[in-house]
Design a protein around this ligand. Structure first.
Ligand code: AMP
Ligand code: MG
Length: 267
């Protein structure tokens, strides 16, 4: 899976990353579905251990262009995981209250407590993506944010939070197909947002902004993965695998007990 990891300090050019790549798993559709169910089960058990231990937290950050599959990942990768152990935080256009604070204020409030998994659907990175592309703040303001975000994430990591960041990499043709499907299929019409077409016109600007994010903010404490996401099944399996591997490496243990259950008699 390391092939998808952005090495800290590496300068990223997205056209060198193939959004159709499926080199790690060579599977048919039904095989991929079975493999995902197995991962769902493993994730369920690992999440339970995380909760029992109350020692670590896991923060998962999802970013990607419109239609790249952020919602799909949340729905499919976490299928079967106890809803009590996982929370999703979605970051939309900031409210007046949020804008009256620093940009990390609303983010920090949503970070996971010990024993918890939190998934960010969009994140602090919007403040160097949409904010940059639309010049919502001056350049000298957003430029400072890469370092601020790295420091923020380091603080979380040093406090026991494991951070994984996934950029869902689709190409412009794939986005066209997915937007078209939202027009063609009546049960998907609700997902169509005419504003997405305006954002689509800014594709090159967004790709550039993403390249800077990936190049400047993949750190030991909080690495980025570029996930080939034109194929939904591959995207889901890859993220599932990375989550399972990461949680396994936490080497979680059941708590020691200070009584002998065999000696206890319940009257
Ligand atoms: P969606 O994820 O499709 O529900 O859309 C949420 C919208 O909120 C997207 O268009 C984001 O670009 C926008 N958004 C999220 N965070 C910010 C932010 N910090 N500043 C401006 N727009 C944002
Ligand atoms: Mg949207």
């Amino acid at each position: 899976m390391d092939r998808y990891l952005v090495k800290p300090g590496k300068k990223i050019k997205l056209d060198e990353w193939d959004p159709n790549d499926k080199s790690l798993f060579d599977l048919e559709k039904d095989e991929a579905e079975d493999a995902l169910i197995k991962l769902n089960n493993k994730l369920e058990k690992l999440q339970e251990m995380l909760y029992i231990e109350q020692k670590h937290s896991l923060l998962i950050i999802l970013q990607g262009m419109d239609t790249s599959g952020k919602d799909g990942v949340i729905r499919h990768v976490f299928d079967g995981v106890n809803p009590q152990g996982v929370r999703v935080a979605s970051f939309k256009v900031p409210t007046a209250e949020e804008l009256a604070h620093d940009y990390l204020w609303r983010i920090h409030k949503q970070t996971p407590r010990k024993g918890e998994i939190v998934i960010f659907n969009r994140s602090q990175y919007e403040d160097v993506l949409v904010v940059r592309v639309h010049s919502l703040v001056p350049e000298d303001v957003w430029k400072k944010r890469y370092e601020q975000i790295n420091a923020f994430e380091k603080t979380l990591a040093e406090s026991g939070t494991t951070i994984l960041k996934f950029y869902l990499h689709i190409d412009k043709d794939e986005q066209k197909d997915r937007l078209q499907a939202r027009l063609d299929e009546p049960d998907k019409n609700w997902k169509f947002n005419p504003g997405d077409l305006e954002e689509r016109k800014l594709w090159p600007e967004y790709q550039k902004a993403y390249e800077d994010v990936l190049s400047k903010t993949s750190t030991e404490a909080a690495p980025w993965y570029v996930i080939p996401a034109n194929r939904k099944w591959y995207r889901n399996l890859l993220i599932g695998e990375i989550l399972v591997e990461t949680l396994k490496n936490l080497d979680m243990q059941l708590p020691e007990i200070d009584f002998n259950p065999k000696e206890i008699v319940i009257e």
